[in-house]
Design a protein around this ligand. Sequence first.
Ligand SMILES: [Zn+2]
Length: 235
Amino acid sequence: MVSEDELANMSPEQLQELQKQNCIFCHIISGKVASKKIYEDDKVLAILDINPANPGHILLLIKEHYQIMPQIPDDEISHIFMVAKAISHACLKALKAQGTNIFIANGMIAGQKAPHFMLHIIPRANVDEIKIFDLPEKDIPDDMSEQINAGLTNKINELFGIKTEEPIIFDKKPEKIGSKAEKGIDENKKLQKKEELVKEVNKKRINKKKTNKEENISIDLDKISNFIIENEPKK
Ligand SMILES: [Zn+2]
């Protein structure tokens, strides 16, 4: 056992090491704890969950002990999603699943139970009574949505190193979540404002001087939404 004093004096590296020593998933990865392995390579291990939501519920683990997603290097996070795609496909073909849910509990508040990053893949059937998408539908005021829109876009651009002329800032204080959107304001005007904002952000993104790296990650929201609309299944 480690005393509280010892804990308080530990470096982040020592704490990480201690967490690793006490991590059941690290023990599964090292083979100290038995598991039903579905797939393994140098970066990831996929096992059957011992408390499955459905038969074939799979835990896809990154072998290195990372707690949350921001700690994971790009090559490892890319790899885990590539493997998830194959496992999901295998669920459809080998288990005759009608669909799969793929989810990550990123942080305790989001339902993460163990401090080891993993991805859940759950085969779904018509009548399995799992209600993952039983989500509330909140009424978010438009100005708050616009603030969210701008805040996220600015941050993502920053993370990808995309230079925009200037970040978009909204001064107006947003209303509380749940309150009804202001009455008497022309809805079309608000919608137009939002569309202009998205266009403005995209224009800045497209107009920027492109390096090879930026070209690879350039995202055209208009193109994506047009694609989705054009490819919507006919009712
Ligand atoms: Zn671990």
